[in-house]
Ligand binder design. Structure first.
Ligand code: SF4
Ligand code: SF4
Ligand code: SF4
Length: 387
């Protein structure tokens, strides 16, 4: 098997006829194996799109090491440890050094080391503790198909996140613990990622059933995210770029969480703004406890924060930016780095798409506009707004 760097793969995928030139270390034996394997690929299945061309053969590492060893004299005294893999040395070591495991002794109760050295290894298996009711609101942060970047944004809060979590009972958060989620009733179920697979959809529906409030976390869950790009390509094209043989690969169109269950609140962004999570979390807890009206994120464009930061507007320099039609709250991170806002936080409720298109007319073609709106799943929302 030959592993290629992501950059090489990316370049190859961009051009199906491309020949990749790689340096590869092959022994004669391996060359023969590869030849045989290649002959075995059934012609009817699929023609390989990418040709691997060996431009330079590098001698086997073993050959270099052997050559090096020949030049140094052997020192027999050093060969008394078992790390030279001669059988007699290893046997001897086992006979003299290794403690004996008594017959019929259960391995879990066997103490190979003193307890103060390895207390965890030798501790007897404890019975599962009875769950203590804390009386605190119960929450779970559940991840579907995603890069988990939004969950990491929360962990990045450090102490602030711990303080927040001390006020609640965390029932499930797989970045922090791997205990089985017992499926308890929840005050708030947070869901990150896209429900792409059948298993994801089942998890999402169960989460909805057990949660008083269901809160969407991040662009993948709210808008389809980067994976939604494939909805705008030919049915199998994207899957073919990733998997050579696509039989058995689930390739459903990408749909946002609210296509499957009712959503009570959304934290937008890719990733979410963790400070925004801190600000709205207490309000959500209150709504879950009292049934009070849910909070809403203020309908302000990215431009408000951009201007507050004293940035020069990109549009003034004829550079495109979606800021005016996109919901603010990210501290205008992209325009502050001289990058256009591509709309990861989604359209503002009153965002004027028509005016935005007209403004960008001389800065990007219709095709560029559409391609850019595909990056964060904005395209379908814009089409819906333009109907
Ligand atoms: S919204 Fe962005 S950061 Fe969050 S899970 Fe999706 S891709 Fe990752
Ligand atoms: S750079 Fe973008 S976000 Fe900033 S003011 Fe201009 S349009 Fe708005
Ligand atoms: S500036 Fe736009 S693309 Fe960048 S984080 Fe904010 S909303 Fe997302």
């Amino acid at each position: 098997m030959v592993f290629l760097s992501p950059k090489i793969c990316y370049n190859a995928l961009m051009d199906e006829d491309k020949t990749i030139k790689i340096k590869i270390r092959l022994s004669e034996d391996n060359t023969e194996k590869i030849q045989k394997r290649t002959e075995k690929i059934p012609k009817a299945v699929e023609k390989p799109r990418t040709v691997l061309k060996v431009v330079e053969e590098i001698p086997e590492e073993d050959e270099i090491v052997d050559k090096f060893h020949k030049n140094i004299p052997r020192v027999p005294e050093l060969r008394t440890t078992p790390f030279h893999h001669e059988k007699e040395d290893v046997d001897k070591f086992h006979e003299t050094e290794m403690p004996k495991i008594p017959k019929h002794s259960h391995i879990e109760n066997y103490k190979m080391f003193p307890e103060d050295h390895h207390p965890k290894r030798v501790a007897p298996i404890e019975n599962k503790k009875e769950k203590v009711e804390t009386g605190r609101p119960k929450i779970a942060i559940v991840s579907l198909t995603s890069c988990e970047g939004c969950q990491f944004a929360l962990l990045d809060l450090g102490e602030k996140f711990i303080e927040l979590m001390n006020k609640v009972e965390m029932v499930d958060f797989r970045l922090l613990e791997d205990e089985e989620d017992a499926g308890e009733k929840l005050d708030i179920g947070f869901v990150e990622g896209n429900p792409m697979t059948a298993a994801n959809k089942k998890t999402l529906k169960e989460l909805r059933k057990r949660s008083k409030l269901l809160v969407v976390v991040g662009n993948c869950a709210a808008m389809g995210g980067i994976p939604e790009i494939k909805n705008y390509r030919k049915e199998k094209q994207t899957a073919k770029h990733v998997y050579r043989y696509i039989q058995g690969i689930e390739n459903e169109p990408i749909q946002e969480v609210d296509n499957f269950v009712k959503v009570d609140f959304t934290f937008p962004g890719c990733p979410i703004t963790a400070e925004e999570f801190l600000a709205y979390f207490p309000m959500l807890l209150e709504s879950a406890a009292t049934g009070k009206t849910l909070p809403e994120i203020a309908d302000k464009p990215v431009c408000v924060e951009c201007k507050k930061k004293g940035n020069r507007c990109l549009l003034l320099d004829k550079k495109p930016c979606f800021g005016p039609m996109i919901l603010g709250g990210c501290d205008a991170v992209c325009p502050s780095s001289k990058m256009m806002c591509q709309g990861c936080r989604g359209l503002r409720p009153t965002g004027n798409v028509k005016a935005m298109r007209a403004t960008l007319k001389n800065m990007m073609s219709d095709e560029e506009f559409e391609n850019t709106t595909e990056i964060y799943g904005l395209r379908d929302d814009i089409e819906e707004r333009e109907k």
